[in-house]
Every structure is written in C-alpha cells, then in structure tokens.
Design a protein around this ligand. Structure first.
Ligand code: ATP
Ligand code: MG
Length: 286
C-alpha cells in the first residue's frame, strides 16, 4: 500500500563549524520520533556524527552511504542505502569517508556534470514514505551542500551568538539565492536559528539582539540555549525529548519544532496565495 505522505525536505547548513548544525538536525529528528512522524535523516558530513548517534551498532562501518548518491556510475537504488536507526520513526543514510572527495568548493568542477542534482532522485523516490527528510551538511560550502539545497524545500541556518560577520552567513545566503534562481525555485529560507546561546553571557545577548534586528522575521523566535542536557543527550545518543521529556531542554526542543511547523505552514500558504494571484492574472494556469 502506497502511503499518502509527502515529506517536507529541510537542509541544515552553515559555513561555520560547531554552531549546532548536527544538533539542530538531531533535535528535529528527536521531535519526529516522539510525535511519531516518520523521518529520514541524511548525513552528508564525513565526520558522521549524526550517523553514529542513530546507528543500532555504532561500531558498524557503513560501506554504502550518502556518497554513493553522487556517483552516477554506481547507479545506486537509494532505498538500498537507507538504514533503520535504533528509533522506530527515524531512518537514516550514513556518512562515511567516501564523502571526502566530494568536498569540492568550486562549482565549475561539478555543475557541468549536473552533480548538484544528485539528491533529487532520492527525494523523489522516498518522499511518499516520510513526513520529513533532513540533510545535515558539512561545514564547507561544497558540492554536498549545494546538492542538499537543490533537493530541499526549506533551509535552516544555525548561528552562534558571536560575530555574525565571521560566520559566513552572507555566503550561505548567497548560495541559497543562487540555488533558488538556478536549480530549485521551491527553496525557501525557513530561518536563522540562534543556537548555543549562553543567556547569562551579556555579549551573547547583545549579539542575539543584533542578529534579531538584522534578520527580523527570518530569525526564529526560539533560541537554543547552550545547556548541558543537550550535550548529555548527544553523548548518550538518545534525543532529549525521549531521555528527559519533562526537562527545560525538551520543552525548548518542542517549541523549536512547533515553530518549524508553523513556518512551513506559513510558507506554503503564502506560496498558494502567490500561485492563485498569478493564475487569476491569467499569466499561467496552475
Ligand atoms: N545547544 C547546545 N547545548 C549544548 N551543547 C551543544 C548545543 N548544540 C550543540 N552542542 C554540542 O556542541 C558540539 C558542536 O555541535 P554540532 O556538532 O551540532 O555543531 P556542527 O555545526 O554540526 O559542527 P561541525 O561543523 O563539526 O559539523 C557538539 O558536541 C554538540 O553536542
Ligand atoms: Mg555537524
């Protein structure tokens, strides 16, 4: 029986390391688990941190992982590389060192071969089986990140409340605009997520305020504090909503997920309104 799901596809990306990209993906997947949404988490970072936390056996080395999707000669059936995680609602595609050669920043090296479309088939084939598909990207803005953006509906950009000029946000935003114009007009920036904030550090608060005034509504209302409970959940490889459902960490994780859902709904209803306007003006019939 074919399900009627149609996954929302979200890329989590930033150029800066350690800002909480993988943690954001992990929080989203953890919320899906608790709310019984079926999710596919695709690890595109050769460090494999997300894969390790999801694997049933963390010592198991993946032979075929996300890198195989970028090799047209392998003609991989995406469904054969999807693994079941130790959580019933989370499947994943593992990262491994085979991603390393794909860490190519120059578009000239992969656009002629259309490799930026490498993840589109995957999404098309499995979108009906999942509520969410999540791409966790590496730190460098390379082929894998562009391919994730090309196959996604939405992007979340986690930021630390530190010098925003140094976080490569402008470059990421340019990459989003570039992909939207050239390869994937559906792509929408869901928001900038202020992450790892230490509320007691005054300069964090000042930067957070600065980011909010700079990005306006594009900054998520929810901020993810730097709390030990989050780090412990990662260390124990159990999402915080499952490990400590009544904790402050789990409450914020739920708020974040609720805001993601609201922003997706708003983006989609805005999109429908736009399409109706275009259709009414007789420019095109959709
Ligand atoms: N809100 C948080 N509170 C506490 N620890 C956090 C939080 N967010 C992330 N961490 C921890 O900080 C470290 C870096 O986070 P994470 O791996 O998510 O960043 P990243 O942007 O994915 O880094 P990389 O560029 O290496 O992929 C990890 O050990 C993670 O567990
Ligand atoms: Mg990461």
């Amino acid at each position: 029986m074919r399900s009627t799901k149609c996954a929302q596809v979200i890329t989590v990306i930033n150029l800066k390391g350690g800002v909480g990209k993988t943690h954001t993906t992990w929080l989203l997947a953890g919320n899906c688990e608790v709310q019984e949404f079926k999710v596919l988490a695709v690890d595109l970072d050769q460090q494999g941190n997300l894969s390790r936390n999801l694997m049933q056996d963390p010592n198991c080395k993946s032979t075929l992982g996300s890198a195989s999707l970028f090799d047209p000669s392998q003609d991989v059936d995406p469904t054969q590389i999807i693994q079941q995680s130790k959580f019933p609602h989370i499947d994943f595609i593992a990262a491994n060192s085979a991603l390393q050669p794909l860490d190519v920043a120059s578009q000239k090296e992969w656009e002629p071969a259309d490799l930026q479309f490498s993840l589109v088939d995957l999404v098309q084939q499995v979108q009906g089986d999942y509520d969410y598909i999540l791409f966790d990207c590496p730190t460098k803005l390379s082929l894998t990140g562009f391919a994730a953006l090309t196959a996604s509906d939405f992007v979340i950009v986690p930021l630390e409340p530190a010098d925003w000029g140094a976080q490569g946000v402008e470059k990421v935003t340019q990459a989003i605009d570039y992909v939207k114009q050239r390869h994937n007009s559906r792509l929408e920036l869901l928001g900038y997520l202020i992450s790892r904030i230490k509320p007691r550090r005054q300069y964090h608060q000042i930067y957070a305020d600065e980011l909010r005034s700079r990005y306006g509504k594009k900054a998520f209302d929810t901020m993810i504090p730097d709390w030990a409970g989050y780090e412990q959940a990662v260390t124990h490889a159990v999402p915080v909503n499952l490990r400590r459902p009544n904790s402050k960490e789990a409450r914020v994780a739920r708020e974040f997920f609720a805001e993601v859902e609201t922003r997706i709904r708003e983006a989609q209803s805005g999109d429908r309104r736009r399409r109706r306007r275009v259709s009414k003006n007789g420019l095109t019939a959709i």
